[in-house]
Write a protein that binds this ligand. Structure first.
Ligand code: FCB
Length: 448
């Protein structure tokens, strides 16, 4: 049974609750109104890259169903909606700013505000214009400057209407999944390229901040990172060190330079041959002050020291979500306290993504996704515990508003609290969505 103490900070405003999505995963309409090709369109079109050959051409058809989806978000009773802007809609050719693209997001932002919902905007959730990839993508330093120009244009247009701007969503995935492991666009498997891409993504973040602040001085500006806390398999020093190394070469590879203007020395020492080319002053740009860190949390990993002490992942037999990620809410609480210990100057945190793949289908008009509902309840308690331990968490966003295109898994994994019937585009609030509605409504009732 779900028991959250009645005086929990989670039940009190201004703690922000929202739902999250990303442009490529829901919009579809990938040639409409002048949008150009993105690296994910290209990746989907490359045989063998995405399960079942799925692509983003229709997705949830959100581009054509905006008003209906805004009503749906409002029905859920959330305070905020986190979405991303498709750079290919805004700048379909280098230096050409597409009014139709701006207007779509303007309707989205104005529609949220009209419904009393705060817009949380992410500038980059992985859909790089393909023409930039053709010139080297994130390997090319010029892409960082192109991003800063794009960020300036978007923040100039939307200014303080948007409550919160994040430069990037999970640069770890763009750099490491895209360039090291190769299962995301653009699909390289090269360590040297991966660290170079990571450096340019972080640089792009820092370069963009001054104009963002200038254009939206009342908004909050930050970045969204993902973390997979690592637990040592045993108490041995070797396992403990391997576990910490896997974190430093993961989420901390990004957080550490943002907070301290240096890359984690342990990883630099171990991977000298892969370290990125930098210019003097880059790290100071990267470490420019930010107002928040967005944390995406889904699961933990268990690590043992392998050959030469290198981290090896040890599969767990404990309960997992349908995508195979272990359900481990305590790691979220631990992550929050570890981050404070490692980075004393940590800004406030927003949990910008948390959720579960639960592929329960619709039966008689109902989706009884009990596993997901339970996942959310357990993780709400984990956030409550972190707050009680003194973590400065200001908000929580469920991933995702609705089932959508789950990257290399295509449409096979469902993360929505709203079910999408891809044949009819019908939306149905799942049991987990009803849980959220009730939870949020109860909160509103106590306030009155
Ligand atoms: C995160 C991504 C998000 C979604 C979830 C399941 O890594 O930011 O787009 O795919 O995973």
């Amino acid at each position: 049974m779900f028991v959250l103490p009645s005086d929990s900070t989670l039940r009190q405003k201004p703690f922000v609750f929202g739902v999250a999505t990303a442009s490529f995963q829901i919009e579809g309409a990938n040639t409409a109104d002048g949008r150009c090709e993105s690296i994910w369109d290209r990746f989907c079109a490359t045989p063998g890259k995405v399960l079942n050959g799925d692509d983003g051409s229709v997705a949830c058809d959100h581009y054509n169903r905006l008003e209906q989806d805004l009503d749906l978000i409002q029905e859920l009773g959330v305070d905020a909606y986190r979405f991303s802007i498709a750079w290919p809609r805004i700048e379909p050719m280098p230096g050409q700013w597409n009014e139709a693209g701006f207007q779509f997001y303007e309707r989205l932002i104005d529609g949220l505000i009209a419904r009393g919902i705060q817009p949380y905007l992410t500038l980059y959730h992985w859909d790089l214009p393909q023409y930039l990839e053709d010139k080297g993508g994130w390997i090319n330093r010029e892409t960082a400057y192109a991003f800063a120009t794009y960020a300036n244009k978007v923040t100039e247009r939307f200014g303080d209407k948007v409550v919160s701007y994040a430069t990037f969503n999970e640069p770890l995935c763009s750099a490491f999944v895209g360039y090291r492991w190769g299962s995301h666009a653009p699909g390289y498997q090269d360590e040297r390229l991966a660290y170079q891409a990571a450096h340019h993504l972080l640089l792009a973040h820092g370069l963009a901040l001054p104009s963002m602040r200038n254009n939206a001085s009342n908004a909050q500006h930050g970045i969204v990172l993902n973390f997979t806390p690592a637990y040592p398999l045993t108490d041995s020093e070797a396992d403990k060190q391997a576990a910490r190394f896997s974190e430093l070469d993961g989420g901390d590879w990004f957080l550490h330079p943002l907070m301290t203007a240096e890359y984690p020395p342990e990883v630099v020492a171990a991977h000298t041959e892969f370290m990125p080319t930098q210019m003097p002053g880059d790290l100071a740009i990267i470490a420019r002050p930010i107002d928040f860190i967005g944390v995406n949390y889904y699961t933990r990993c268990v690590i043992k020291a392998g050959d030469n002490g290198k981290p090896d992942v040890v599969e767990q037999s404990s309960p997992k979500t349908d995508i195979g990620w272990e359900i481990y809410p305590d790691a979220l609480t631990r992550l929050m306290s570890d981050m404070k210990i490692h980075y004393p100057n940590l800004p406030p945190i927003f949990i910008t993504e948390n959720g579960a793949a639960d592929n329960t289908e619709k039966v008689d008009g109902q989706v009884n996704d009990d596993m997901r509902t339970d996942y959310y309840q357990q993780h709400l308690l984990a956030v409550h515990n972190a707050l009680a331990d003194g973590a400065d968490i200001r908000g929580y966003f469920a991933w995702s508003l609705m089932d959508n295109f789950e990257w290399a898994y295509g449409y096979s994994q469902r993360f929505g609290i709203v079910h999408v019937d891809y044949a009819t585009q019908q939306r149905t609030v799942k049991k987990s969505g009803q849980f959220w509605q009730a939870f949020l409504a109860a909160r509103a009732a106590t306030e009155r």
